[in-house]
Design a protein around this ligand. Sequence first.
Ligand SMILES: [Zn+2]
Ligand SMILES: [Zn+2]
Length: 238
Amino acid sequence: MTTCALCHRTAGDGHHLCPLHADEIRGWLAELPRQAEMLAAEFLAPAGGAREGRTGSGRAHSPIPVDLRVLVLLGPGHAVPVGAPEDDTDDTVPIGALLAGWAGHIAYTYPSVHRDRHGTAHTQPCEQAWPARGRDITAWCTWLSAYLPYALTLPAVADLHRQLGRLLDRVRDLTHTTPRDHPQAAPCPSCDSFALARTDGRWHIRCTACGHTLTPEAYDEHAATVLHTHQTTDRTAA
Ligand SMILES: [Zn+2]
Ligand SMILES: [Zn+2]
């Protein structure tokens, strides 16, 4: 048993992240393509504030319009090498470059087995990641989600979590869109608060008070037990 690199929870067998933190990566990868679409829409139709900045009083140094940051995020650019100190000239890493950089790193460590003409198996790293369709943000997100079970066995997956988390913060800040929480009816089995919530794009149900997590199946069972106990108690009291 190993411990999650980001919290005290138990990680899966041979994994470096707990199911909750792994689920966050999965959720971010599912969320990113839609967020990127919204960013592109934002760039094509700049907000009123940005437009005023340009047509305004003719200041020598107008504030950076939002679309420049969007342009950097959606542009090609270079990826920050994994594990290397971040480029401090501009900490906005283009989304595509960050995803492609991580896919490249994961593919390089992923053992690919091929047999030579004598039938001997050779194991060597994959040289490159090849998404099944295209090289856009959606294709990279699909590729990374598919390889996530393997990526979880790499210590670097904690960095992937941190970098994706920062990227999503930045993108959500520009699109003003955050996945919604849906409160659940049953109280938390761990702390009894009515604070369990399901978040769009996330598999687990999480207690916003104590951080306890449940799979949807475990929640359904728990909710059924709570309801049953409640009904039985009512009948006894009546
Ligand atoms: Zn964790
Ligand atoms: Zn709780």
